[in-house]
Design a protein around this ligand. Sequence first.
Ligand SMILES: [Zn+2]
Ligand SMILES: [Zn+2]
Length: 384
Amino acid sequence: MKVVHRRLIGIDGIAAPDVFWSASPSESDAHPDQNAGRGVGTIDAMTPEDALLRVIHCLDRAQASGFKTKAFVRALDVVRSTDPAELEQRARNDTLTDLDGIGSSTAQVIADAVAGREPAYLVDIEAKSQVEVSDKARPYRDALRGDCHMHSTWSDGGAPIERMALTAMAIGHEYMVQTDHSARLTIAHGLNEERLSEQLDQIAAVNATIVDAGHDFRILSGMEVDILEDGALDLSDDMLARLDVVVASVHSKLRMERQQMTERMLQAIASPHVDILGHCTGRMIGKRPPSDFDADYVFAACAQFNTAVEINCRPERLDPPRELLRMAVEYGCWFAIDTDAHATGQLEWQSLGCDRAADCDVPIDRILNTKPVDELLEWTRAAA
Ligand SMILES: [Zn+2]
Ligand SMILES: [Zn+2]
């Protein structure tokens, strides 16, 4: 595992030039699984900020209630805006809860960290929130080298790009694709061309920092681009061409009539820029039924145009459903097992998609993100 020094993490989504990520050479050969799920801050005593971030990571991977997570996110904001000396004094005097936004649980985590103890709350949640990899999922999980669908604070994610990258590295990935939403999804603060362009600059800067620090890890550029109602993509061809990996997804008018929806999807699948079809049915388990489309046409087109079918790992999506996934396997499609993570903890959800892939006999050699980064890029460029 690459251990990343706790004090040197970019904060608030800005890749400061002095951000420096250091690897511990003695541990760099360890099998990633030994440290699976361990994030940053493992070298020496945690700061209160590290401890709260790790609690949030664990709550997110365990899908804890938004209420609980929010309390820790709020406490994190308070810690970041409070002088460390004041925090220490308040921890000693037991007056942390006098600060607006600090409750008894968050105060205890802060107090433990200030005292140099591993917070008991964190030890507990760390153990309880482990994401298990089943025996059937194991060969798939072991084969995965990256994750091609995730969000950051640039759109509706909860963590800046650097923190997503640090977590992806910590769980053993060789690369990740940053795929924030496109402009049409205003509710998710989708990126217009100008902001996407800025994001590409930031990704380049963070990648340079990663290389300087000696890590073998790369952030690929991408976007989860909306498939508009007429099948057009919510981004210009020029910008699409600049991206390493493009995920295209339907987010609006999910109840569209079958033939229209099929044509809409086919047009996106056939686009030379689209590499992956995101969460194809749009279902939310127990909340929203799958969209209606002709799966034969859709998967035949995915196979023909080399557009990979995403196996979306989010527990509420697990999209496509098994029956459709088996159909896509029969059509000889490519696949990508992606978390669609909106928080660092959710990057650990790949094993859920691996379970699904195992159930449906997805051939491991048809899964895009088992490819080394250079081969993946060759594939996306050839498909373009
Ligand atoms: Zn989506
Ligand atoms: Zn997404």
